[in-house]
Design a protein around this ligand. Structure first.
Ligand code: HEC
Length: 170
């Protein structure tokens, strides 16, 4: 009897722990380097180490995995959209769902994807982004450029500012 009570308590504590693990705190700031590790272990098998989709597995699928380093493809998406995509997958096209990863891990991944095409460069060390994650997570790259222009950021800094926002430099 005692053992059964212990077992019930044990199972309950595991499930509430798992529940907590799933939920990202509001305004969670993703960790891009964690996202990169998750990308290499979960996604690169189809999308390629650098997002070029030049993979052996990709060639066997009916639908070639999207070349996510391509600015045209990336520009249809925002981190929020990629979060949804990772959560649900693209099952009819052969991309699995990643619901088993925690919410934070899915945000890390979604944020990382947007560093695959930051004009191919890491942001300059002295640039701090003028837009926060909250302001950019539902924006495409061109929408961010538009916002920066409206705020008067000079043309020559636009791409560097974009990179700084996507790399989530603090
Ligand atoms: C088994 C192969 C496979 C794996 C693994 C995979 N994908 Fe995909 N992915 C695809 C296919 C196929 C498509 C659809 C391509 C199309 O429609 O042009 C796709 C599309 C996408 C797109 C573009 C969506 C759009 O609207 O154009 C993104 C972004 C993406 N995947 C990200 C990821 C991420 C992040 C992971 C890892 C968490 C991942 N994929 C894992 C096969 C895969």
């Amino acid at each position: 009897m005692k053992r059964a009570v212990f077992l019930a308590w044990f199972l309950l504590s595991i499930s509430s722990f798992a529940g907590e693990k799933q939920k990202a705190p509001e305004n969670y700031l993703p960790n891009v380097s964690q996202g990169e590790k998750l990308y290499q272990s979960n996604c690169s098998v189809c999308h390629g180490a650098k997002g070029m989709s030049d993979t052996t597995l990709g060639k066997t699928l009916k639908k070639k995995p999207a070349m996510i380093a391509d600015p045209v493809i990336l520009n249809r998406l925002s981190p929020e959209k990629v979060f949804e995509l990772i959560t649900h997958g693209f099952l009819d096209r052969g991309m699995p769902s990643y619901k088993h990863l925690s919410e934070m891990e899915r945000w890390d991944l979604a944020a990382y994807i947007f560093t695959l095409n930051c004009n191919g460069q890491r942001p300059a060390p002295d640039i701090r982004p003028s837009l926060s994650w909250i302001e950019t997570k539902n924006q495409t790259d061109s929408q961010i450029i538009e916002i920066l222009k409206k705020r008067g950021v000079p043309e020559k800094y636009l791409l560097q500012e974009l990179s700084a926002s996507r790399y989530l430099i603090e």
